[in-house]
Design a protein around this ligand. Sequence first.
Ligand SMILES: O=C(O)CCC(=O)C(=O)O
Length: 285
Amino acid sequence: MDIHALPTTVDVAFFRSNGYWLSPRLFSDAELAELRVHHAAVVAGEYETKRPPLNRDPEPGNTSRLVQVNNAYWTDATIARHVLSVQIGRIAARLLGVKGIRLWHDQLLLKPPQSGKAGNIGWHQDRGYWACLDRDEQITAWIALEDVNEENGCMEVVPGSHTWGLLGEDHFYHQDIDQQIARIEQKTGKPFTTKPCILPAGCVSFHHSLTIHGSRPNVSTRPRISIAVHLIIDGTRYRAGTPSEDHTSNTLRRPRDGDLYAGPYFPVLFREDEPNANVWMTAEP
Ligand SMILES: O=C(O)CCC(=O)C(=O)O
């Protein structure tokens, strides 16, 4: 992990106005090679720690459609080391202009080769699934373990859409993604213009939780493999009675209204005033 690559003030300004930012390369060839082996093991249902993930879809052995595994870091020490990296947290904190970052949950992803529509991820705002969080400003770090581009169905974002408010268009599983566009345009009165997040392996895209994003089929012969690290600002609290009451991360602790998301289920990646708060950190930069 490149512990020196931090967004510049120009990068931060780009993130603030566009709602996403693509990092330079953060992971070395050796780290990527190791991560790919561990990613494949988790997809196959081989859990090094013997602890299963929080949930997954579909079951191990089925790679005929998009595979997602939530809290894969529970199952594997290598994945945990990178998902919980202090550097990912530090970059996220700088982009959001906050002092601390915790994990909300991770999501290991595999979009199979020649996926057809079964590989699509419908247009959505993460915030739509995270209404139980008491603030709008959250962020995801999406780690490319292979080169991703339009051929293998890279993520696409709508630049600036994080300023449009919450649209109620939460269609992660909607495969006919072109059908959604006219309705979103009608709702917002704005043209739906997307930007592909083309990333060489080892680079990471960061997107704001209100940014509209989705992805299209993998038409290549290679899998698209990645890990999305969903992050919350340290100090985020639970808001009761929202449509995302049943978010899987709430099943971990059954919070009461106003409870802090803290403790071992929501580990600290980075805290400006407490450099050793990240218990997974192996070296102080
Ligand atoms: O992997 C994709 O194409 C989309 C992932 C996503 O929705 C996310 O990371 O929030």
